[in-house]
Design a protein around this ligand. Structure first.
Ligand code: PBG
Length: 326
């Protein structure tokens, strides 16, 4: 008996590229850049091999390194000189991210995205203004509506500095509408908005919290970030953000949530982004260091899988390493 059909015919080296369903290219990727106001030297990030926090003076050089690999977009995260209860350095015109963005947009051709959140800037490490008794009462955390204004100010200050796109990641209800309205009011109607529409309360953010110094001082983020058990709720979140004016809808983390990326792909015509987060990066590095996995091959397969599941663009710490090989 011969097989009825032979899919192996299309797996020869000559034909594989012709029938390949998914492409990955450097221009699909956004590289995270960490700017640190507390240092005047580059500081390696221990939990994320190959990544560094750089001082403002080094930001342009850092972004030029990214551009030289073929990646054209960066997302900027800041470590401020000081923190306070309302995260005021997140929306200060001379804040670390604003200073960095001003230089990068003036001196490079990069497409610049600003991460809009307060957790790196508040002394309690939560993504907004907290309830008075939040430290002792585990049922309390962020006050939603008071946080909206601070996020809007943060986004406008980044746009004033020259950001091409802002990316709110605080999971505050109504943040897309508040930010879109404030941007338009300030004359920034051309600044795009990529919403971290579906952001789970994930343990895969661990290494980032070291990198950006944004771990909550008490409690966790389960009252505002999504429950990893929920899939239908992801569509509800994404529909709200689409209705509020988001240009791009993001799912975060990436690999553990491919079903959700696919759900959004099928439901929306918007570009869908996936965030291949710090833990996804760190675990491949750790296994590769032990000689248990091939780093380059697993990184490539990870990003290809995000695209296959429906992502158009990917925020990833592998951006530079992979782009050089694509
Ligand atoms: C800020 C923010 C976080 C990440 C991106 N923006 C941290 C968090 O929500 O705890 C995580 C990125 C990563 O793990 O790579 N809110």
């Amino acid at each position: 008996m011969h097989p009825l059909d032979r899919p192996r015919r299309l797996r020869t080296d000559g034909v594989r590229p012709l029938v390949s369903e998914t492409d990955l290219s450097a221009t699909d990727l956004i590289a995270p850049v960490f700017v640190d106001a507390t240092t005047d030297e580059r500081v390696p990030i221990g939990t994320m091999p190959g990544h560094e926090r750089v001082p403002v003076a080094e930001t342009v050089a850092r972004v030029e390194e990214v551009l030289s690999t073929g990646v054209e977009a960066v997302i900027v995260f800041g470590i401020p000189e000081s923190k306070d209860p309302t995260g005021s350095r997140a929306y200060a015109p001379d804040g670390v991210v604003q200073r960095a963005i001003r230089r990068v947009s003036a001196e490079t051709d990069a497409y610049v995205v600003g991460d809009v959140c307060l957790c790196e800037y508040t002394d309690h490490g939560h993504c907004g203004v907290i309830e008075a008794d939040a430290e002792t009462d585990p049922t309390l955390t962020v006050r939603n509506d008071e946080t909206l204004d601070l996020l809007a100010r943060t986004a406008v200050s980044q746009a004033d500095a020259g950001a091409d796109m802002v990316a709110p990641s605080a999971m505050t209800d109504g943040q897309v509408r508040a930010i879109r309205a404030a941007l338009d009011e300030a004359g920034h109607e051309d600044v795009a908005l990529m919403s971290y529409a579906v952001k789970y309360e994930s343990a895969f953010y661990g290494p980032f919290r070291d990198a950006a110094d944004g771990a909550p001082a008490f409690g966790d983020r389960r009252h505002y970030q999504m429950d990893p058990a929920n899939r239908r709720e992801a569509l509800r979140e994404a529909r709200l953000d689409a209705a509020e004016g988001a240009d791009v809808l993001m799912v975060k983390p990436g690999l553990p949530y491919l079903d959700v990326v696919r759900d959004l792909r099928e439901e929306f015509d918007h570009p869908i982004a996936a965030y291949n987060v710090s833990g996804e990066y760190a675990m491949l590095h750790a296994a590769a260091e032990k000689g248990w996995l091939d780093l380059e091959a697993t990184a490539h397969e990870s990003l290809l899988s995000l695209k296959r599941s429906g992502a158009d663009l990917i925020v990833t710490y592998f951006a530079e390493d992979l782009a050089e090989r694509l």
